[in-house]
Design a protein around this ligand. Sequence first.
Ligand code: BGC
Length: 740
Amino acid sequence: MTEEQLSSLLNDMTTKEKINQMIQLYGSFYEKGTSVVTGPISDTIGAMKLSEDEISQIGSALSVVGAKETKEMQRHYLEKQPHKIPLLFMADIINGYRTIIPIPIAQACSFNPEMVQNSAAMVAKESAVAGVHVTFSPVADLARDPRWGRVMETAGEDPYLNCVMTEAVVKGYQGENLLGKGSIAACIKHFAGYGAPVAGREYNNVELSERTLNEFYLPGYAAGIKAGAALVMTSFNTLDHIPSTGNQKLMKEILRQKMKFEGVLISDWNAIGEMIAFDFAEDEKEAAELAMKAGVDIDMMSSCYASSLEELIKEGIISNEELDESVIRILRLKNDLGLFENPYKDADEELEEKIILCDDHRILAKEAAKETFVLLKNEGILPLDENNSETIYIGPYVNATNTNGNWAIFGQEEDTVTLRKGILNVTGNPSIPFYEGCSMLNPDEYILDLNRRKSIGLSAEENARLIETAVSAAKTAKTVVLALGEHHGHSGEAGSRAIPELPDIQKKLFNSIYEVNQNIIVVLYSGRPLIITEIAKKAKAILQVWFPGTEGGNAVAEVLYGRTAPSGKLCMSFPYAVGQIPVFYNEHGVGRPQSGEHEERFYSCYLDIPNEPLYPFGYGLSYTEFSYGEGRLDKQSMKKGEKITASITVENIGQYEGKEIVQLYIHDCKASTVRPVKELKGFQKIALNPGEKRVVSFAITEEMLRFYTKNMLYASEPGEFEVMLGTDSTVTRKMIFRLN
Ligand code: BGC
């Protein structure tokens, strides 16, 4: 449709019809629909009595997937929809529809935006044939606190990497344009600052200075919007003590005016209704008014717009212009997806059969997973030798079928290649022994995951038996691979943990094995950086594999046996102890920095632990070794509009082919506000054969030096800057240039 046709359609709609476009309900509200329920059903929406006729006009459905189901629902819907405005299907496709790729935090550890974009395109293809039009992804929330379970959905602690990854995911989903076959619309979430809940507690409030918000937290969302994301979702939290969903300044000044976002703004699940629980709105009517004034176009899963919008309009509290602004945005989105011409878009049962979980997708998922693993420690024990049959495998992740993470809500456990299967595939050796060792959860502990499936730990007696069997096998083994980790339900939404460590029973297993065999390689599954300080002292090697997805078993096996060297680096620091949290590399300088040289008291440090995390941002080993030459700047100064080239020679001086992530950090030596000790400004992932070397260069421009100055101008300030090129964020060797 042309813009004119859309306007005349809008003019033809009644107020009630318009409001209905602005409501989103989950599948079970519809005649034929069912769906995964990804949030609490509030009393008001549970009690909301909409007639069949009313439901037949609601503009979008949440979490309904499957070509057959969505097509049937669309057909029924259109039969009753007076203007033949198609229904929009939205769902949370976070790290895969059915072929599950690694969780987002793992993807970011690849530092490989091309791979991330291609993976998102594959995910979009599978979702599109299953009838999905919009995915609630990517999460662009910056995350510094691993107690917060949703760090698994983020790209970690660095704003630059967050921008790169967010952009890659949006481009992957949306392709050239939304009309394209296999494209789905992206929704940037959760606007804004949702990644910084106080004390890492889910749904808690956020305390950020305006400058920190602008410099660290907003760029990720802005990058997604610039990449063309069609939707943005409001966040549950407050910012400056105002709930985002009713925050006019945030949504109008920052999102619409400053970031120039023209797409659809959707609330998070019942976030409009929750303004009442905040004591910020008196009732549903006021909550609806506040959200409308902030320009929220779609009310997801609250009854506020349904119950109150008509009255607010009649009373003139909300104008017809305000209503129309929202509705036209929704109609435009439907039009951009081509739904008026083809309401079923790419939904196709035959293609579903053909492409979902096809070999190409599995291969892509496996290759993606291999790029995301981070080798945290290796005392020469990895890679394993395929011909050495004296390695045994122990741990609850040996046979685990859920290695998809908590948000892969449409993934099926039966599709998963377990670690055991992967080891068999790679070694071809059916006699390698595997032992469960203990349950994933502590004795009798239980947890509900996002699909509300319950897992329970085995009893203390059963665990004791499993540990005993494993210990007796470990006594005679040459090497023990311990596949440990937190349960997938320990992270994801509502997955905050005050003590983000391995479950005690798994620590017990580790220590029991360690007593009889010290050749331990830990393969670690988690949705967050866990605190593993004790284990890191004892294990000979640690391979962090996050939640690697459908092909996880094959990917882990190929890396353990050296078919591919690990090449991921941490996008989020691994704390040394809980008390350090939040610990991140790009902190601001302090007046009394710790100094190793003095035996003095009055420094910014802990008395009982180091200031540094156990493993820092940007860190990760390979099987091979890389040496760095002297860095070089081609000039010592530059003016606005010019650039300086920083380069360094990197050489593979080890025995294996490998990939290195070369990182560029900059520090502003003096500024009108205190600046971070260093900031990532560029990276390149390069592949080198043994003996091969390459000069890696980065262009430094004035734009890269901008920040929010004392007067809140986004600008650079003349002066000296330090440039650091190296293998991780602890790099210290500096070169200096001047910005004139
Ligand atoms: C989450 C969102 C999600 C939505 C719909 C909410 O609880 O915060 O990230 O997209 O549910 O499932």
